[in-house]
Design a protein around this ligand. Structure first.
Ligand code: LLP
Length: 386
């Protein structure tokens, strides 16, 4: 048996209906505190990217720690408010915002809209006018940087749908004076997710410095710069590397980013705050012999954790119930799709029916991306640690 110290006692786990998420709220608390401590060294402000995990208790804990929220829909804005995030600390991004979502955000007086196109800016101006309000806006700029991460989670390359391309920026800036219900407050960037190569963030800083120089020349320096999220976690050694390297991350920005007088610097971190505090607990249904391999068929599937199917993502898996010799298994779910697999040739202590397996690092983009495909039902999460 392995790493049982990281989890509640096996007798407790055995009583839980599976598949279910386990959340270590003590680890979450520690992670939040480290992130806040490192960011506050430079007076940086962090908005938690709600999309990573919108479980109400998780949101409440993050709000109570003083974070702002980064939302991408009206639903997320409402969830953030319900959990106690102040409206004045909510940023609202997204390449497509519906009128009702914009109206809600205006009514609630959020901190800022991260606007991704001229078309959106014009719609926002019109809707703000109808409410007799002035909408605070940061322009999301596509910095044309290809981050070194999975191709499906790169966002800052010029062919991605996100942000205003650099060659179109001047045209957007020129329209600002005519848009009476828009207040230009900031610039916003996000180059992708699960980035562990700090060089990518270095490139972002250099690009932001160039853009800010241009803006300074036009007398348009913004009050704030929002650098998005993207800091990666260690999926390969989750027990050893439980907390992301916030110190290195924020120090890099402090060293490389030119900060103008009185400018506020914001980040939108998701995965690095919640990724390691969540684990997916699954029960083995059967061990099936194939001609050349063994399958461990578990009761969790892509409906609970879609990352392996969608991005070929690696998640470490362990058998909590067995101390038997290590063997190799393809760990697969019950869903009727060939991509419903958590890993091939995974070394696990001998697996038997009803064993409990843990799938690590599932706190971010796990529960929040779960679905009801095949009429499946995710069980209530189990919280422990605090
Ligand atoms: N800000 C913006 C504008 C974003 O689009 C995202 C994530 C974040 C912040 C937070 O990024 P983080 O710190 O979590 O990397 N489902 C994928 C990840 C998609 C990320 C989408 N945007 C996955 O499971 O890997």
């Amino acid at each position: 048996m392995k790493n049982i110290s990281l989890f509640p006692p096996i007798a407790t786990l055995d009583t839980l209906p599976t598949p279910c998420y386990l959340y270590d709220t003590a680890l979450l608390e520690e992670t939040l505190q480290v992130a806040q401590r490192e960011a506050s060294k430079y007076h940086y402000e962090i908005h938690y990217a709600v999309k990573a995990n919108f479980n109400h208790r998780i949101l409440q804990q993050i709000a109570a720690c003083g974070f702002g929220a980064d939302c991408v829909s009206g639903g997320e804005i409402q969830a953030a408010l319900d959990a106690g995030f102040p409206a004045g600390k909510i940023v609202y991004a997204g390449v497509g915002k519906a009128d009702w979502e914009i109206a809600l955000a205006l009514e609630k007086k959020i901190f800022c809209f991260n606007v991704e196109s001229l078309a959106e800016l014009e719609a926002l101006d019109e809707l703000a006018g109808k409410q007799n309000r002035v909408a605070p806006v940061a322009l999301r700029i596509n910095p044309d940087i290809i981050a070194n991460t999975h191709r499906h989670i790169i966002t800052g390359f010029k062919e991605n749908k996100f942000g205003i391309n650099l060659d179109l920026l001047d045209a957007v800036l020129k329209t600002l004076p005519a848009l009476k219900n828009i207040a230009f407050k900031g610039i916003h960037f996000h180059i992708g997710s699960q980035i562990t190569d700090m060089e990518n963030f270095h490139s972002l800083c250099l690009r932001v410095n160039e853009i800010q120089e241009r803006l300074a020349g036009m007398d348009l320096l913004p009050e704030h710069v929002n650098l998005g999220g993207g800091l990666g976690i260690d999926y390969y050694a989750p027990e050893e590397k439980r907390i992301a390297d916030f110190a290195v991350f924020f120090q890099l920005f402090d060293k490389q980013l030119k900060r103008y007088h009185r400018q506020h610097i914001h980040f939108e971190l998701g995965r690095s705050l919640v990724g390691q505090c969540g684990t997916l607990l699954a029960r083995v249904l059967y061990v099936k012999d194939g001609s050349t391999k063994k399958f461990a068929i578990i009761d969790a599937g892509m409906t609970e954790l879609i990352r392996p199917a969608l991005y070929e993502a690696y998640h470490k898996i362990e058998n909590l119930s067995s101390g038997g010799d290590a063997e190799k298994y393809d760990v697969v779910g019950p869903v009727c799709e060939s991509t419903d697999s958590f890993g091939k040739d995974v070394p696990l202590n001998t697996v038997s029916r009803n064993d409990l397996l843990v799938i690590y690092s599932a706190g971010a983009y796990g529960e929040s991306m779960s679905s009801h495909y095949n009429c499946r039902r995710l069980r209530e999460p189990y919280f422990y640690g605090k």
